[in-house]
Design a protein around this ligand. Structure first.
Ligand SMILES: Cc1ncc(COP(=O)(O)O)c(C=O)c1O
Length: 399
């Protein structure tokens, strides 16, 4: 057989180690073990019933061919309405592109903005696809190392220090994955301004903005109309598998994105788009609000419980559904600890190395995308692990 030669860029794209955790968890489940899953970042809720009903209706009554590449105009208008109602922002639908998940919004925006020789700043830790998508465009992701002192988010000063002649812009997420923290609003404004003054862009991934537990959600667009905002239906709307997201950007960028969308995937999925129209209905928003409160309750429980076991979580995350926990007290390598947690306690979590390099060996990401009962069970199992017990004994804590 002739060996297949892959493109050079493939050497820069890493697999997710959390997928290995998931794979091993599935093997253990097949062998009869019960696993508490805290590794994957998707809600344990289905889409609201009204959304499901709208999808069924669309499938029964419509041909469901391709839609316009930028999505159905009704849906772009509905998203504009959502920004008006929830953020007081008047955004014309012409500045909104509906995309195949927010992943496609990120990819298309980056493809339109950067290429070989360009650099894009982003915090470390961050959502792994951000750096892989930049690499796909053959631009270079440049990490800004962050830690608990700035809530795992960059400040304007850090961005200034990292900016170089080849920097084209910055990619942030607020609330973030893996830390669940927000970019402090004053810092965000300063970052948008300094990037703009240098002719650069600021992309803010706001996919978790509906899942905010402290304060009121404020889009980066409230502070800077030129910010490029990525968002979508996966997280707050509990529609991961429906593959629908959106991009809010200046009209000139939307025109470029339209060409890319036409060529890459022709149009976002039609059935999901008709269904998503119902996602903004008050009945749907009421269901989602109840779930947001449930996520907040889970966050509060898990934050306290993990800290009392000895995990280091110095800042209470304001949003998303993750806790990024320092586990250096238990192990030198979080990756090895994640393996032990799975094998010994049947608890699956994501190792820090998925999210970057800066102190990644110290961290684990816990997703509270499971019921309170399952989270309690997970914590009890961890408390029984020898490595956790002996650390608790050393500190004189007998809980
Ligand atoms: C920060 C962030 N952005 C984007 C995505 C991708 O979401 P989507 O399902 O909309 O493609 C994720 C998924 O985990 C994420 O954590």
């Amino acid at each position: 057989m002739i060996p297949v030669r892959f493109a050079q860029r493939m050497q820069e794209i890493e697999p997710f180690s959390v997928m290995e955790v998931l794979e091993r968890a599935r093997q253990l489940e097949k062998a009869g073990r019960r696993i508490v899953h805290m590794e994957i970042g998707q809600p344990d809720f289905a889409a609201p019933q009204i959304v499901i009903d709208a999808a069924i209706k669309a499938m029964r009554e419509r041909t469901l061919g391709y839609t316009p590449a930028l999505g159905l105009m009704e849906l772009r208008e509905a998203i504009a309405g959502y920004y008006l109602q929830h953020h007081g922002l008047n955004i014309p639908p012409s500045r909104i592109a509906v995309t195949t998940g927010s992943s496609a919004a990120l990819l298309l925006a980056l493809c339109a903005l950067v290429g070989p020789g360009d650099e894009v700043l982003m915090p470390d830790p961050c959502y792994p696809c951000s750096r892989h998508l930049v690499r796909l465009t053959e631009a270079r992701p440049i990490a800004i190392p962050t830690d608990e002192t700035t809530a795992y988010q960059p400040t304007a000063d850090m961005v200034v220090a990292a900016w170089r002649p080849s920097t084209r812009g910055i990619l942030l997420a607020s609330p973030s994955n893996p830390a669940g923290t927000i970019v402090e609003p004053g810092e965000l404004q300063a970052i948008c301004e300094l990037s703009g003054h240098r002719g650069g862009f600021t992309i803010v991934d706001e996919i978790y903005s509906g899942l905010l537990y402290e304060g009121k959600a404020a889009s980066a667009l409230c502070r800077n109309p030129d910010a490029i905002v990525v968002s979508g239906f996966s997280k707050y709307f509990c529609m991961t598998g429906w593959r629908l997201g959106w991009l809010v950007a200046p009209e000139a960028l939307i025109r470029e994105v339209e060409k890319l969308a036409q060529n890459l995937y022709v149009s976002p999925p039609a059935a999901a788009q008709y269904a998503a129209l119902a996602a903004f209905h008050p009945e749907s928003l009421a269901v989602l609000e109840t779930r947001r409160l449930e996520f907040r309750e889970r966050r509060n429980f898990l934050f306290d419980a993990l800290r009392s076991l000895g995990f280091g979580i110095p800042v209470l995350p304001q949003g998303a559904f993750y806790l990024y926990a320092d586990c250096a007290r238990f192990a030198a390598q979080s990756n090895a600890l994640a393996g032990q947690m799975l094998e010994q306690a049947g608890v699956a979590v994501a190792p820090g190395k998925d999210f970057g390099e800066h102190q990644a060996h110290r961290y684990l990401r816990f997703a509270y995308t499971r019921s309170r009962g399952e989270l309690e069970e997970g914590v009890e199992r961890l408390a029984r692990m020898p490595v956790v017990r002996s650390a608790l004994d050393r500190s004189g804590n007998t809980s």
